[in-house]
Design a protein around this ligand. Sequence first.
Ligand code: FES
Length: 110
Amino acid sequence: MEGMTAIGQVGEIKRRLLTPAKIDGASVVVIALPDGFQVVENRCPHQQADILHEGSVDDGGLTCPLHGRTFDLVDGRCRNGAGRLTLVPWKQIGDTLWAGPLPAQGFSSF
Ligand code: FES
């Protein structure tokens, strides 16, 4: 799995809902969704806080616990402000979830 990092066992990740992990030293969070997963950089674009693993998930969006910005988990766009999450490629092989690499351009901040 060139460029990808083994995150963990799928069953365990699904139980947690939000799973923090590291990819090449970068902090990411895996979100378990009803139809799969999303992996995003753990950093909120609003104030660059590595806090999204403590957020909440509802209606296909991830809400940052600091100031309540909600990001769509399909395209990463903020629903109530500016900014966009960095989405990270992932793949399930057998019972293992793999993710990475982080996109080179990183995230945009506002
Ligand atoms: S740091 Fe996430 S909403 Fe402000």
